[in-house]
Structures are given as structure tokens and as C-alpha cells.
Ligand binder design. Structure first.
Ligand SMILES: *Cc1c(COP(=O)(O)O)cnc(C)c1O
Length: 457
């Protein structure tokens, strides 16, 4: 059999509400042409993010009932700790309420002004948390990773020569750690190879710098290694994941991704000194060290979810179903980032809207048009999210890629939902020259995409 089916059946359903094109045109205008500002109930198929939007399994829901809500030393914490440690292998497991809380706690504890954090491509909240300490987040993905048309199995790899040069240039005392994001979300959900992790490890060891992973999508990365890297075809996703983590000194993770959580995060570390500092800060803002801002039931659901995510049948379906959307769009001529990533399909906004200049935000304009046309919500990862303006001259600096991400929530939508998405985007592509550009009405200084408002130009 060649057909890959959803490896689950549906026990509970959540109705979605249809809207008309006229309704949607008014709604997106009222939202300041920012899809983040729409009410979710006005969205038909929500591909804004795969973060916290997954469907939990019957086992996870059963776990929710088992949650131990004790303030300190809850049974659910120990179950969580065991599940995370069983995969990550580090000494300290510190729960947090989500990925960015992990990042903030880590950065506050060990990063100082003037430091440089090298990485493949830092995720937006990671970059913001690094910069908030006065340090610099420096991206150095391999050049292939910046070419949207190039097919390469591991476009998330860090450029090892650049990494070495960077550390030599700024000095190891100003590099508190190296952070590799698996898979590389901002670079298109592209995986990092084991060989590249090993190479990074060797450089880090030579300079005595800890290597950390941003492990939000560690399981998808492990499965890509299985599919694409010689020598891994016969290993289980779990074995591969363990090998990835064994190369690291620690990890931060948003458990809203590859742990099937609706909320949750973790910091996993070998360093006693860092763990001590982080736990002290954790108590100030998140909660006691055995719950870190989560309920016992959340810890329980995450402990089960992080095991389920490594199921090979699930990962096979996950990667195949994302590729299904990408391949059908590519067949219709829609310009995409290649190859198709694990959690999302990325449309090349600049090329889709090649009649719009960068200052009219082609990717963002596409995401607005997509909502208006078929009620599908997607997320721009491009000019609005990463564009920066020179304070002195007012000149804009645009990111290498202006993408629109169709992020696929885990175990939520069926193939016919995806067929609808493909048809809608294909139709829009045929009328793409009618898509209008935008300009800012209000641009917040930090993470502008979440709350900015726009007008059509
Ligand atoms: C989602 C994400 C984060 C931030 O996690 P939140 O749970 O949204 O705070 C960090 N890094 C990567 C790679 C992510 O995908």
C-alpha cells in the first residue's frame, strides 16, 4: 500500500464555522490587516502555527485526570522528569510554561551584554530574549539554507567554518553557548544533520563552549535524519533523538510542538551551576521547581506526549502529510521553499507577489489575501517579522527570505482540509497580481508582527 493514512481515528470533534468572503474582508480590515488580531472563531482552517494547537490523544487526556496538583514534589513532575530525561539525557530537568520562558530564564542566567550567541537561525522569541540581555544573536546557517530554490537534505545546518571564525573573532569568553535549532523553524523547518551536530560539538569542545539545542521539533528532525542521512535508516526515531541530545550539554524546548502539548516548555541541562541560577529565577516568575508555571495535569500530558511523538508511524504520516500539501502546491506552480519542511510549507512571498516591492510586504499581503479569499490563516515569516530600520537613515534592511508559513497543527486536520487549502492557494495564485500591498499604521518596537496594524496601499 502506498497510501499513508492518519494513524488515528477521531473521537471528539470541534465544529468550525464557515464565513463568507464579504464577512472576511470586513473582519480582516477591522483587525488592522493583521491575521494575529483576528478572532480564531472567524478562521476556517488555522495554519497560523503548529504551536500548542495539536490534538491530544486519549492517553494524554487520561493522563490529565491523573495529574497530581500538589504544590511541591508532585508525582506528575517525576513522571515528566523521567520522560524528558529518558530522551534528552541531561542531569537537570526544569519545567517552564513555554519555550520563550525557557529562553528568558536561560538568557537571564548566563548571557550578558556584549556576548554573542551563534546559531543556525535563531527563532524570533529566542533572538528577542538574547537581544534583551544586550547580547547579539548571530545566525550562520549554511549558504544553501538561504537559497529558497535549492534542494538540499539538511538546509538547517550551521556553517561550521563561520562558527569557528565567529568564536575566534569574538573570543570564547564572550560566547556563553552555541544554540542549534532543530528543525530550523525560521529557516523553513529544515533539518540539521547528525554530522553537522557532531561537527558543531567538536568546535564547541575545542573552545570549551557548551552546545545547546532548541529542541522544539526534535522528533521531526530525528525522522529527517532517518530518511536522509546515511547510516540511520535502520535506527528508531528515539535512538536518533537520543544520539542528537547526547551531543549537547543542554536544551531549551517549547513543548507546544514536539510533545503534543497545548502549553509547556522545558530547560534540560548538565551544568549544576546554570541549573541553580535558573531554578532561583524560576521561583521568582514561573513557580516552584517541580511545576514551573504548569499544572500537574499539563506535566502529565507532556510526559505522555513526548513519548508519543517518537512513534514512527506518526512521524511517517506527519512528514508525508506536510509534503502532500507542498507537492500539490508545487505542481500548481506556487513558488515554495524547497525542500518541504517538517511542520510547515513555506510559500515564497516575494515571488508569489512579484508585483509588490519589499516595502509593501509581499508575504504579509499574501497572508491577508489568503484569509480574505478562503478563510485560511497563515503566518508571515519575513519582512514584517524581521525587517529592521536604520535609526539614522530610516532605510529598511530586509531579511533574506520573505516567507508565508502554512504551519500544520499536529493530528488536527484531515486530508480534505488540506485539499481545500491547496485549492484556495492555487486559485489565489492565478489572481496574484490583484493582491494589494500594505504599509504600517502602527509598528511596535519588539516582535512587531504580533500586534502591528496596517493599511492597504
Ligand atoms: C515555538 C518556538 C519557540 C518558542 O516557544 P513558545 O512555546 O512559543 O514560547 C522557540 N524556538 C522554536 C524553534 C520554536 O519553534
Amino acid at each position: 500500500m502506498r497510501t499513508i493514512i492518519e494513524p488515528f481515528r477521531i473521537k471528539v470533534v470541534e465544529p468550525i464555522r464557515m464565513t463568507s468572503r464579504e464577512e472576511r474582508a470586513a473582519l480582516i480590515r477591522q483587525a488592522g490587516y493583521n491575521p494575529f488580531r483576528l478572532k480564531a472563531e472567524h478562521v476556517l482552517i488555522d495554519l497560523l502555527t503548529d504551536s500548542g494547537t495539536g490534538a491530544m490523544s486519549t492517553h494524554q487526556w487520561a493522563g490529565v485526570m491523573e495529574g497530581d496538583e500538589s504544590y511541591a514534589g508532585a508525582r506528575s513532575f517525576f513522571r515528566f522528569e523521567e520522560a524528558v530525561r529518558g530522551i534528552f539525557g541531561h542531569t537537570h530537568v526544569i519545567p517552564t510554561h513555554q519555550g520563550r520562558a525557557s529562553e528568558r530564564l536561560l538568557c537571564r542566567a548566563v548571557v550578558k551584554a556584549g556576548d554573542v550567541i551563534p546559531g543556525n537561525t535563531h527563532f524570533d522569541t529566542t533572538r528577542a530574549n538574547i537581544e534583551d540581555t544586550g547580547a547579539e544573536a548571530r545566525d550562520m546557517v549554511i549558504p544553501e539554507g538561504l537559497d529558497p530554490d535549492l534542494d538540499h537534505p539538511f538546509k538547517g545546518n550551521i556553517d561550521l567554518a563561520d562558527l569557528e571564525r565567529c568564536i575566534a573573532e569574538v573570543g570564547r569568553e564572550r560566547v556563553p553557548f552555541v544554540l542549534i535549532t532543530v528543525t530550523n523553524n525560521s529557516g523553513g523547518g529544515q533539518p540539521v544533520s547528525m554530522a553537522n551536530l557532531r561537527g558543531t560539538r567538536a568546535i564547541c569542545e575545542r573552545f570549551h563552549i557548551p552546545l545547546l539545542l532548541d529542541a522544539a521539533r526534535f522528533a521531526e528532525n530525528a525522522f529527517f535524519i532517518k530518511l536522509r542521512e546515511p547510516g540511520y535508516a535502520d535506527k528508531s526515531p528515539r535512538e536518533i533523538a537520543c544520539e542528537m541530545f547526547a551531543l549537547s550539554d543542554g536544551a531549551v524546548m517549547s513543548m507546544k510542538k514536539d510533545a503534543f502539548g497545548n502549553i509547556g516548555g522545558v530547560i534540560s541541562l548538565n551544568s549544576d551551576e546554570w541549573a541553580e541560577k535558573i531554578r532561583t529565577a524560576l521561583i521568582l516568575t514561573e513557580g516552584f521547581i517541580t511545576y514551573g508555571g504548569l499544572a500537574g495535569r499539563d506535566l502529565e500530558a507532556l510526559a505522555i506526549g513526548i513519548e508519543e511523538i517518537l512513534d514512527e508511524e506518526y512521524l511517517k504520516y506527519r512528514i508525508a502529510s506536510t509534503a502532500y500539501v507542498g507537492n500539490h502546491l508545487a505542481q500548481a506552480g506556487v513558488p515554495l521553499l524547497k525542500p518541504i519542511g517538517g511542520h510547515a510549507v513555506y510559500i515564497n512571498g516575494r515571488r508569489f507577489c512579484d508585483h509588490l516591492t519589499d516595502d509593501k510586504f509581499p508575504g504579509w499581503a499574501l497572508s491577508v489575501a489568503l484569509y480574505e479569499h478562503v478563510g485560511v490563516r497563515a503566518c508571515e515569516i519575513g519582512n514584517v517579522m524581521f525587517g529592521t530600520q536604520d535609526r539614522a537613515t530610516g532605510a529598511w534592511n530586509w531579511p533574506a527570505l520573505d516567507l508565508v508559513r502554512l504551519a500544520i497543527p499536529r493530528r488536527v486536520y484531515t486530508q480534505s482540509h488540506m485539499d481545500y487549502v491547496v485549492e484556495g492557494i492555487t486559485e489565489l495564485y492565478q489572481h496574484r497580481r490583484e493582491i494589494r500591498g500594505l504599509r504600517f499604521v502602527h509598528r511596535p518596537a519588539v516582535l512587531p508582527h504580533f500586534t502591528a496594524t496596517f493599511e492597504l496601499v
